[in-house]
Design a binder for this molecule. Structure first.
Ligand SMILES: [Zn+2]
Length: 431
């Protein structure tokens, strides 16, 4: 069966993404390069993209000229770093001027994406860029002995309309994937025999975690599993604990976005390596935010793009035991601008992550929570279990180490809310 799916994959890719094979081959070659070679390639690609954008994107031409940066005649990283940031609002409101002419590309794909703030962004992604993205994921798979045509279990949003589901099922069959929309016991029971064939599990980490909980004690085995990949959401320490128990391995993370591509992928030794062949990454010293330039995005460049996540980078001299020299992204710590508001001061939403992480490590207590703020100085914490006196004291004691002017309300509520399909640990309802 695997041969059949490999054949379908290769035939489909040749038609839809012919450059995927070249990109994959190149990525496998450069993954063993020295840091100097990688950084050289990284800067060369950055320069090429800037020259192309300068000549073909009216938006960037103007942006560059405003700060006196001419990438063609006078290239330097210092000059590059004078370019103002590009924001999501720019990508939406200046959409047409940012796009480069379509005649440069053999083929373009129409892409639509909505952020957590609800704005819709649409753009054209050229074939090489699309293929590079897929090749980057393929390379990540290869580190775990998996292939894109292997049997996958795929999690995505819960609420999908019926017609859409039918279409997705057909597509899923072609790419050897089946997907789980919900955890209804009957459907799940039917699924169990299929699970033993799965080689890859991927999707939102909260759903991977939930499935592990549902399967706990049912004696389900995963003899063929190579990797469990979580995207888009924070992976809590207690997610990893049950993942080890049920899947026999940790959840690895892939970090990226529709407009920026694959930014980092975790290796088998547990470090997220920056995809240096595909992105130029900087960190904004002002707010710790990531600034990404997608080096493949020729049809719709996003240069010095503020993605909105706060990050922590590993020391530049840090070397991962896996041998790859790509720099390491230590952690995606949170979203910029989503603060918890006390009556007198603000707290980063990451504070919650530390509070519950401490409780997990110090008290060995796993708590599923989601915090909601409707009013300054007050915070509702929703819990998936009854709020006992013991639990209340535990949370309040730990919170007191961080919050000085916030009153907490603890509620049992199983109905966690999602934003753009993602589960967030903190949702602010204050405008
Ligand atoms: Zn590594």
């Amino acid at each position: 069966m695997s041969q059949f799916h490999k054949y379908v994959f290769i035939r489909g890719a040749k038609k839809r993404n012919p450059l995927i094979f070249k990109h994959f081959k190149d990525l496998k070659e450069s993954e063993i390069w020295s840091k100097e070679e990688l950084l050289k390639l990284n800067e060369q690609r950055l320069r090429d993209l800037c020259v192309f954008s300068f000549n073909n994107s009216p938006f960037y031409k103007k942006r560059f000229l405003e700060v006196g940066f001419d990438p063609e005649k006078d290239w330097s990283l210092e000059g590059f770093k004078k370019i103002p940031f590009t924001t999501k609002a720019d990508l939406i409101s200046r959409n047409e001027e940012i796009h480069t002419p379509s005649h440069f590309f053999r083929k373009r794909f129409y892409v639509e994406t909505s952020g957590t703030s609800g704005q819709i962004l649409t753009f054209h992604r050229d074939e090489s860029w699309d293929s590079f993205n897929r090749a980057s994921i393929w390379r990540g798979y290869s580190w775990f002995g998996a292939n894109p045509w292997d049997k996958k279990l795929y999690f995505w949003g819960y609420n999908t309309a019926k017609l859409k589901r039918a279409k997705l099922r057909l597509m899923d069959f072609l790419v050897n994937r089946f997907r789980l929309f919900d955890f209804e016991p009957k459907k799940l029971q039917k699924l169990i025999p299929k699970l033993s064939q799965v080689k890859i599990i991927e999707g939102y980490s909260s759903m991977i975690y939930e499935l592990a909980n549902v399967l706990d004690g049912k004696g389900v085995k995963f003899p063929n599993l190579c990797m469990v990949k979580g995207t888009s959401e924070k992976i809590f320490p207690h997610y990893q604990e049950i993942a080890q128990k049920i899947y026999g391995m940790r959840i690895v993370s892939e970090y990226g976005s529709t407009e920026s591509g694959i930014i980092a992928f975790e290796c088998p030794d547990g470090n997220m390596h920056i995809n240096l062949e595909g992105v130029f990454v900087e960190k904004d010293p002002e707010d710790g935010g990531i600034i990404v330039t997608n080096l493949q995005s020729y049809s719709f460049p996003s240069i010095r793009y503020k993605l909105g996540d706060q990050i922590e980078l590993a020391d530049p001299d840090f070397e991962c035991s896996c041998g790859m020299k790509h720099p390491v992204l230590k952690e995606v710590t949170g979203r910029i601008g989503k603060n918890i508001q006390g009556s007198d001061r603000n707290y980063p939403s990451l504070t919650l992550y530390y509070i519950f992480k401490n409780i997990y490590f110090n008290q060995d207590r796993k708590i599923d929570f989601q915090a909601h703020q409707y009013e300054k100085g007050k915070l509702q914490i929703w819990l998936k279990e009854p709020v006992t006196k013991e639990l209340r004291n535990m949370i309040l004691n730990e919170s007191n180490n961080y919050f000085s002017d916030i009153s907490l309300e603890l509620l049992e509520n199983h109905d966690f809310r999602q934003q753009a399909g993602k589960l967030r640990d903190f949702v602010s309802h204050i405008e």
